[in-house]
Structures are given as C-alpha cells and as structure tokens.
Design a protein around this ligand. Structure first.
Ligand code: SF4
Length: 295
C-alpha cells in the first residue's frame, strides 16, 4: 500500500458538538468502500484518487507523540474522511494499535464505520471503557442488503453491520446507528426507516442519529449522478434530482417533515435516542469525574 507523509494525526476538533469528540484521528487517506454518495469525494477536500487507500507513514509513532503532547485527555473521533476498518486494516492492524495507544494514554474513543471488522477490537474497546467513554457508531442507510450492495458496494452488507451492533452491545460497548445519508427517492420510505429502527433496537443499539437527505457538491454530485444512471437505468433518478435540487448542497428528502415525525415517533416508541445532546450525555454518563469535560 502507498504511504503519505504526516506531521500530526491526532488533531483538536473545532467544536465538540459532533458526538462530543475533542480530537480527531485519521490513519488512512481515501476509502475503498465505494459508497456512491460519499461526501469525502467532493473537490473541496482535495483528496485525489479517493478510492485508493493510503496510509500515513509512521502513523503509530506520530499518534503516540501526539497523545503525549495533549494537555488534557478527551474522546478521539475517527472515521470521518475514511473508514478506519477498510479491508487493509485486517492485516495492518493500525487502527487496533492506535486504540491500544488511546487506552494506554487514558483517552476515550468514538468510532464511525461501516465494517464489522470493528468487532475484532472489542477487547481493547472494553479496556478503554474502564476509564473513558468508548462509542461505536455503525452507519446503516438501508435495511435491504441488495440495495446496499449497489450503493455501498465494497462495504459489508447491512445485515453484517447489525450483527456487529449486536456483538458490540452484548460486550457492553455503547453502540448506535448513523442513519445518514437517507437518499431521496431510494431510501426515504417509512418502510426502510422503520425497518432500520426495528433492527437497530433488536441489535441493542442505544441511539439512531439521522440525516434525512444527502449532501451534494462539486465533483461528488456528478459522480453520484453517473452512478445513479449506471445502477438504476431508466428510472429517471438523475432527472428527479436535477429538477428538485438543482445545485443545492443540502438535499432533504421529499416529505421531510412527515418522515421526521414518523422517525421521531418510532424512536420514542422503541426507546431509541436520536437527539445529539441526549446521545452525548448518555454515552458519557459515569465519566464526568474524569478529566474529560464537555459541558
Ligand atoms: S465508508 Fe465512508 S468514507 Fe468510505 S466511501 Fe463510504 S461514505 Fe466514503
């Protein structure tokens, strides 16, 4: 695998409003899961050849040095611009060793992934939660493995992600679902949302955090539309998007208010959290006495 130079890997976040994380960490650059809607493909991020995964040189040494230099421990988020559990991680084990470093230096972690490879590291996540919050966020956008194979072609299917949620939850790791994006005209039915919520609950998820729509911008929009043409020929999806959203960045699903009301009603009926402040408060419960302070 190609490597890229890096000066620092664990960086301070501008705000802790996104799942209460104080730091961010990306060991890999690029992602090969192939999600057709991936925002990280946008021109503004400047990641060339996005589907090719590269690893940062001397990543573990840099992470250890970064952690030693932090004045205060905190929760380190990972998984925002590339999936930390890409297929190469199985052999490289860099995410695993980075978790060991977070554990050793007394940091918490919040992982976002689409891969059930995260269950391999339940042992270290369990060690982290002895002293700091350990949060697993598994992204699921469709309950249908067939649709999943088309729109997220190289990521494990949704059914395996629900199995991962069950394994993590059974092990006592605070786990929930990122229900984002919800693709207009493809995933925005009450049937899909309702099934994801039911399966989340049955798997032991504590929350489902939604994004009822998709973001589209320069570079990534055209990629997404080409994929819609290829994967759903004759369905007029590109035309429907162009007509409804034009050049908009935020593209909320049609009938967003109705779908939001349904989503909220179902979450409350099933006992799933869905507001960010509630999720942060809940997963951090019991750690307030530590050095970590978010509120
Ligand atoms: S897993 Fe995340 S980073 Fe990777 S292609 Fe999919 S949306 Fe992009």
């Amino acid at each position: 695998m190609d490597t890229i130079p890096a000066k620092t890997i664990v960086t301070r976040t501008k705000s802790s409003s996104w799942f209460g994380t104080e730091y961010n960490m990306n060991i890999y650059k690029g992602c090969c899961h192939g999600c057709i809607y991936c925002d990280s493909r946008s021109a503004c991020y400047g990641v060339e050849d996005f589907d090719r995964v590269r690893v940062k040189e001397n990543a573990l040494e840099i992470i250890a040095r970064d952690l030693r230099r932090k004045v205060k421990p905190g929760v380190v988020g990972t998984g925002s611009m590339s999936d930390p559990y890409n297929p190469f991680e199985k052999e490289l084990e860099l995410t695993r060793h980075a978790l060991e470093l977070l554990d050793a230096y007394g940091f918490g972690v919040a992982i976002a992934t689409k891969s059930d490879l995260i269950t391999r590291d339940i042992d270290i996540l369990s060690q982290i939660r002895e002293h700091s919050p350990a949060l697993a966020k598994i992204t699921v956008t469709t309950a249908d493995d067939g649709l999943c194979a088309r729109i997220e072609p190289h990521a494990p299917p949704s059914s395996r992600r629900f199995a991962a949620i069950a394994a993590l939850s059974d092990a006592g790791i605070y786990t929930g679902v990122l229900l984002m994006p919800v693709l207009p005209f493809l995933e925005d039915s009450e049937e899909n949302i309702g099934k994801i919520l039911r399966l989340s609950k049955e798997s032991g998820a504590r929350f489902v955090y939604p994004g009822l729509g998709v973001t589209l911008r320069y570079n990534q929009r055209e990629w997404y539309y080409q994929k819609l043409d290829e994967l759903f020929p004759g369905q007029g999806l590109r035309e429907a998007y162009e007509k409804r959203y034009g050049e908009n960045y935020r593209c909320a699903v049609p009938r967003v208010k109705t779908l939001w009301a349904y989503f909220r009603r179902e979450c409350e009926r099933l006992g799933l959290l869905y507001e960010m402040t509630d999720i942060i408060r809940s997963y951090r419960l019991g750690y307030e006495g530590n050095q970590l302070r978010f509120f």
